[in-house]
Design a protein around this ligand. Sequence first.
Ligand SMILES: O=C(O)CCC(=O)C(=O)O
Ligand SMILES: [Mn+2]
Length: 203
Amino acid sequence: MATLQNGIKHLPGYLDRVAQEHLVEVIRQIVAEAPLYVPVMPGTGKPMSVRMTNCGSLGWVTDKAQGYRYQPIHPVTEKPWPAMPTELLELWKKLAGYPKPPEACLVNFYADDAKMGLHQDKDENAFEAPVLSISLGNTCLFRVGGLDRKTPTGSFRLSSGDIVLLGGEGRLAFHGVDRIYAGTSTLLKNGGRINLTLRRVNP
Ligand SMILES: O=C(O)CCC(=O)C(=O)O
Ligand SMILES: [Mn+2]
């Protein structure tokens, strides 16, 4: 395990291939019930390149009019999000060091040309809890900075099965995904990358 700037933790290869394949199957079932949709930026309405869905009692959503927020229903189907799978609850219990379970799991799907700009995860009211991030599929270049957008950033690769914990001082660190490296994993038949982030929203 590597502890990076601000105490951010990187656990390379935490999930073995069997566990990764199982999680992909679990996510396929979630996506069948709660389809991936194209999120748009608040204000401008500019579409993001990542497609999203959620599971858990709350899901992170964004749209032009109401912006970033958590809500209990899918913005397109207007149905409650699928339940948080036990596999994810178990990972949180082992790694998060926080007594309450995560309420939201944001599922991000990156096609090989998708990316995510530098941002903070700050729409939660429970910064004492970490954000636990799981990478599946193609490798990405992940960028992390400090608590200020101007703090110099560093970047490293996240591969399939890696876990990152944004916790402690690093909970509000700026981070983003600069690029996906096509063809670096055989986990997802059509390429791309899945990222799952487990979040506690209420203290
Ligand atoms: O894809 C990743 O590794 C990070 C995703 C992320 O930062 C987010 O969804 O807030
Ligand atoms: Mn984030």
